[in-house]
Structures are given as structure tokens and as C-alpha cells.
Design a protein around this ligand. Structure first.
Ligand SMILES: Cc1cc2nc3c(=O)[nH]c(=O)nc-3n(C[C@H](O)[C@H](O)[C@H](O)COP(=O)(O)OP(=O)(O)OC[C@H]3O[C@@H](n4cnc5c(N)ncnc54)[C@H](O)[C@@H]3O)c2cc1C
Length: 346
């Protein structure tokens, strides 16, 4: 277990932003993770758990407490059942599952961060979510002071949300279990229109697993959504805003503001409609590359707020507020941030 004092956090985030941690603990085993959390809780010490730092906006003042960096390893495949230690690098795990000829997480290729964080916001992309493959999550329950195994249903998954996100002070994910699919080298059915178009197939068809994997990586790279230290468009937290889910009344009001335009609209549970945050941002006047300061929109994707190299968290939040307010004025829709804010708010 590595313990560092007054440790910079910016290098541990994909935005490269945020002040130092009073104490940074890097834990390589479940026992070290649990011992660190237990000790912090007993001392009533503020605790922040991090994996790959790819969904975090940390304030410039840093974190006055213990930051626990989960660096556990473990990739165990038994037939179609895969168990990942929380610290495993997610994109490597996806590549290994594809190499093993197993479908179920191939459309989640190239997403940065750790396996243990994937259930937290029910990571999803290109028509797939981890919720559809997860069977169980093993977690340390800080309230009960014991290790618990939660079934998929008990994880409370919904769009970019889960029980872990709803109750962030309670669970530390230790292991994530998936049931994958042996589809004779084929992918799960293609669900996302852009992927189907790129592959020249109809939605619902299967394609070669490796083709699906490579296609997604190509699409993501074109949007600056695969990490590349040399490319400031990837110094981001991915999508900064979630796609708004509007109630029937909110959607009716939204339609009155569109004029001649047609906004993307997808059915969502409970009679709601999901629209596209990227479309709203663009149509509100914030095109790709918007901004002149050290924090700007990505030149490849309107949904990624990026650090051009010298930004502070205050710069990034200034841009985020400008965009949120502009979208509200233009469309009456409140954008909600997807990354977790530490010591700051939008
Ligand atoms: C370029 C880029 C592209 C992205 N694309 C996507 C995408 O397509 N789809 C998508 O859903 N997300 C995407 N993201 C967001 C991000 O990659 C995911 O949310 C990822 O799962 C975060 O993992 P992490 O290990 O980096 O978590 P961190 O950023 O370290 O932490 C995020 C949150 O999870 C908590 N957490 C982390 N590990 C644990 C644990 N073991 N137990 C309990 N809580 C934990 C933290 O406390 C924090 O609240 C993208 C990000 C970037 C930078």
C-alpha cells in the first residue's frame, strides 16, 4: 500500500485538473482497499475513491482528506462468466473479452477508467450499457462494515445511474461480474444507428465481433473519445452533460421552441422523451471548439469540455456554466453534468 502526502491529483484525472490530496493511498488488494476505507471511516476522515479519474472534476483547492486510488488487478474468465477486479483498466478488459471471442461489452470499447467504476454510472455507449451484462457486484458496504454481493436488480441501474451513484458514501466496488455471450464470433445485435450506418447493416443485425469492436474504436477516435495524451481534445471527462430526459409536459414546451428545427428524440421510460445534449449545445450557438480561453469545447465533439493545457477547474466550470445557461435560454432545458464534482458545483 503506497501512502503519499500532499499528492497532486491533476495527473490522476483525464482532465488534468484539481488541487492536491492531503493524503493519497494506492491500494493493490481488496484487503488494502477495505482497511483504508475502514480506517478513514473510523477517524471520520473525508474519503474520495478514485479509479482512472476519467469522470471527475476536482476543485482547484484539492481534497482535504484521504483519496483512495483503487489499483487492484484480476481478470478471471470461466466459460462466459467474467469477474473483474475494480482496478482493472476497463478498455483492456473489453479487448481481452473480444480476444476470447465473447460478446456483450464490445460496444463499450475504448471507454477510459476502471472496471469498478462502470456500475457506478452504468457506463454506456453505442447502444450498450454495462447493466445488460452485469450479474453481480461485490462491494464493501461502509454502513454495515461488511462485504456484500448485490444482484443486478439490487444495483438499481438506469440511464447513467445506479444505487452506487445514488448513495455515493456507502459502497466501494471491489469486483464486477459479467455474463457474456458466445455467439460464434459474432457481436451482440447492433442497436445504434450510427454504428449500423457505418457497418452498412440494419439495426438488430449481428456482425463479426472484432469488426464491431474496431468500428466503435474508430468512431470514438474521430470524436476525441479515446485517450491520447498528445491530443488536447481528449483532455476531458468524456461527455460533460447527460442527454436530457424530458417529461411529456417539458417535451411539449421544448417543441414550441424549435421553430423549423427537428431535434433528436428517443422514447424513454415513463412516457418521457430523451433528446441529445450535443444537439442542444450546438444549436444554442456553442459549436465544436467553442471558447477562446484555456478551457474550450473539443474541436471534435460539442459534448466534451476540454483543458487545452493550462486550464484550471474554475476555467472549465466557467465554460460549463456559460453553456448550461445558453441552452436553458434557447430551449428551456436544464443540462445536468455527467462527471462527479468534488468540492465544486456547476
Ligand atoms: C474521453 C472519455 C470518453 C468517455 N466516454 C464515456 C462513454 O462513452 N460512456 C460512459 O458512460 N462514460 C464515458 N466516459 C466517462 C468515464 O470514462 C466513465 O464514467 C468511467 O467509468 C469512469 O471510470 P474511472 O475509473 O475513471 O472513475 P473515476 O473518474 O475515478 O470516478 C468516477 C466516480 O466513480 C466513483 N468510483 C470509482 N471507482 C469506484 C469504486 N471502485 N467503487 C465505488 N465508487 C467508485 C468515484 O468515487 C467517482 O464518484 C468517458 C470519459 C472520457 C475521459
Amino acid at each position: 500500500m503506497l501512502v503519499e502526502l500532499d499528492a497532486p491529483l491533476a495527473p490522476l484525472t483525464t482532465l488534468r485538473l484539481g488541487g492536491p490530496a492531503r493524503r493519497l493511498v494506492t491500494a493493490a488488494t481488496d484487503e488494502e482497499v477495505i482497511a483504508t476505507v475502514r480506517a478513514a471511516d473510523l477517524a471520520a476522515e473525508p474519503l474520495l475513491v478514485i479509479g482512472g479519474g476519467s469522470n471527475l472534476v476536482i476543485g482547484d483547492q484539492g481534497f482535504d482528506g484521504t483519496v483512495l486510488r483503487i489499483a487492484t488487478t484480476g481478470f478471471a474468465l470461466d466459460g462466459v462468466d467474467l469477474e473483474l477486479a475494480a482496478g482493472e483498466v476497463w478498455s483492456d478488459a473489453v479487448a481481452r473479452a473480444v480476444d476470447a471471442g465473447l460478446a456483450g461489452i464490445e460496444f463499450l470499447a475504448g471507454i477510459p477508467g476502471s472496471a469498478g467504476a462502470t456500475p457506478v454510472q452504468n457506463v454506456g455507449a453505442y447502444g450498450q450499457e454495462v447493466a445488460s451484462g452485469i450479474t453481480e457486484v461485490v462491494a464493501y458496504d461502509r454502513r454495515a462494515d461488511e462485504v456484500v454481493t448485490l444482484t443486478n436488480a439490487e444495483c438499481g441501474f438506469s440511464y447513467r445511474h445506479s444505487r452506487f451513484k445514488a448513495d455515493p458514501e456507502r459502497y466501494v466496488v471491489l469486483r464486477v461480474r459479467f455474463r457474456l455471450e458466445d455467439a460464434d464470433g459474432q457481436s451482440t445485435p447492433v442497436r445504434y444507428a450510427e454504428v449500423a450506418r457505418t457497418l452498412g447493416v440494419e439495426a438488430g443485425e449481428r456482425v463479426a465481433l472484432r469488426t464491431a469492436y474496431k468500428t466503435v474504436l474508430g468512431l470514438r477516435a474521430g470524436k476525441g473519445m479515446v485517450l491520447d495524451p498528445a491530443d488536447h481534445d481528449t483532455w476531458s471527462a468524456g461527455s460533460f452533460f447527460t442527454n436530457p430526459v424530458l417529461t411529456a409536459d417539458q417535451y411539449a414546451d421544448f417543441l414550441t421552441r424549435l421553430g423549423e428545427r427537428t431535434a433528436p428524440a428517443y422514447p424513454a421510460p415513463d412516457g418521457c422523451t430523451k433528446t441529445s445534449a450535443a444537439w442542444l449545445i450546438d444549436q444554442a450557438g456553442f459549436g465544436k471548439g467553442y471558447g477562446t480561453g484555456a478551457a474550450t469545447l473539443s474541436t471534435k465533439h460539442t459534448l466534451a469540455l476540454t483543458n487545452r493545457g493550462t486550464a484550471s477547474t474554475a476555467d472549465l466550470l466557467g465554460l460549463a456554466r456559460e453553456i448550461r445557461d445558453g441552452v436553458r435560454t434557447a430551449f428551456g432545458v436544464d443540462l445536468v453534468n455527467e462527471p462527479v464534482m468534488i468540492g465544486v458545483a456547476l
